[in-house]
Design a protein around this ligand. Structure first.
Ligand code: ZN
Length: 227
């Protein structure tokens, strides 16, 4: 079946696809490969159950390709994927909203295992510490890369930021398209689902409107979904 261990995992390094030194991470990769083979075999069973011909040249390596794709797509399930939080003292006492908007994200709906994807907007009001801005998008990515519900993803991101930064407030707003709503079921292409999670100062509607005005200029009066 051509499923030898380590035939060509990931991309070859600059020194080519030679044998890599068995350093610390090698054990983890060993475990990963067993899992990869299990997922590949399970997917071949899935294709078989659909009545598809596994000997079709286009399906021949599909089980393994799918397993590799999902290992990446669901990479947030690995404990080591949780972003570390490098923070800096808020020496100037900045007390306004810090927002990072238009963060693209891709996730998988836990109910149908079809993608949902869109844009995240994250804001916080610093306490004693500021966080590296890239961490805000890393948090979205971490929770997106697992079987998810948009509501839960939104809440988990807000919760982690609230716990780690002890900020004056946190807001996470997600706008997403769900392929399980577009390709099947109600078949509503292009419909956007919006979810919002707030902590602290953003529980005040006025503060939330300030944040919304920053991400959708001119629509500050737009009510937040679910409020
Ligand atoms: Zn779904």
């Amino acid at each position: 079946m051509g499923l030898a261990q380590h035939p060509s995992r990931a991309t070859p390094g600059p020194s080519g696809p030679g044998i890599r030194a068995p350093a610390g991470p090698a054990l983890v990769e060993e475990g990963d490969d067993r899992q990869l083979l299990r997922v590949a075999a399970a997917f071949r069973g899935f294709l078989d159950a659909l009545g598809l011909d596994g000997s079709d040249p286009n399906l021949a390596g599909t089980g393994r390709r799918v397993a590799r794709a999902y290992r990446e797509i669901l990479g947030g399930l690995r404990a080591e994927a949780e972003p570390s939080f490098s923070t800096f003292p808020n020496t100037e006492g900045y007390a306004g909203i810090v927002s990072v908007t238009g963060i693209p994200f891709y996730s998988i709906c836990a109910h149908h295992f079809l993608p949902f994807f869109g844009t995240a907007h994250v804001g916080y009001i610093p306490g004693d510490r500021l966080v590296g801005l890239s961490k805000l998008s890393r948090v979205i990515d971490f929770f997106a890369r697992r079987p998810q519900l948009q509501e839960r993803l939104t809440e988990q991101a807000a919760q982690l930021l609230d716990e780690r930064l002890a900020p004056g407030g946190v807001v996470v707003l997600l706008e997403a398209r769900h392929l399980c709503m577009e390709m099947r079921g109600v078949s509503r292409p292009g419909v956007t689902t919006t979810t919002t999670a707030v902590r602290g100062a953003f529980e005040d509607p006025q503060q939330l409107r300030r944040f919304l005005a920053g991400i959708h200029p001119g629509s500050a009066a737009r009510p937040a979904h679910g409020e």
